[in-house]
Design a protein around this ligand. Sequence first.
Ligand SMILES: O=C(O)CCC(=O)C(=O)O
Ligand SMILES: [Fe+2]
Length: 269
Amino acid sequence: MNSQIDLDSIPIIDFYTLDLKKTGTPEWNSAKSQVRKALEDCGCFEASFNRIPPELRKATFGALKEFFDLPLETKKLTSCAHQPLHGYLGQYPQNPLFESIGIYDILSDIEGIIRTVVVESLRLEYKEPRTTEKTIGLGTHTDKSVITLNYQNQVHGLEVKTKEGKWINVKPSPNSVVVICGESLNAWSNGRRHCPEHRCMMSGNETRYAVALFSFFKAGYIVKVPEELVDAQHPLLFNPFDYSEYLKFRQSKASLSQMPLKAYCGTGI
Ligand SMILES: O=C(O)CCC(=O)C(=O)O
Ligand SMILES: [Fe+2]
């Protein structure tokens, strides 16, 4: 893929032939360079597996439907005013199709990663708009995360904006997870990994369910661009920042849309 090419779809990278425990093999190195190129050029890709059991899909989206079908008052019992994204969110006049529930996921420590990165997930529902006209499900935004993993039922709606400014529809297979670079990875990599704007546009008569898994830097961890990523061609784009302080800034500036992290700690370049 070439960054000059006008993309029609996001790159698809095969993971099902990879033995994830064997690093350094030619297959591993090939997948690694494909991931790197996809995140540089487009900031996202479809990770394709052949191992997502249909029963797991059914159970996942069945549980989501069960939750979102509960009466509003019951769903609201999970709301958590002091923790943004946690618990039930919805009933926004500007996004009437959208509802979500945020859950803090504790993963077992993978090679020390949990010391610096935590994972939170959002279960999303978009009601069917019952119109062929495209209707906003979730407005244009960038994710605050390091990386977002997105797994959806087969009701498409996710759209990603290319560097050239074109919206492309993301239509992952049932065996794929969509990987999106977030603002934190964009900043940490000194802008070398692209953080794409994306949105959800709905049409038709089916409800969309999606699970988004966000990895974040832990509160108190100072995110700093490694020295080796700064040189004459790549001047420092972001000053060091504390992720939890950034979250507070973002909450106080709800109207900020494009790359608020740049507004918070960008060096002005
Ligand atoms: O899959 C979707 O509908 C988009 C979700 C999303 O972008 C988000 O939760 O940040
Ligand atoms: Fe997002």
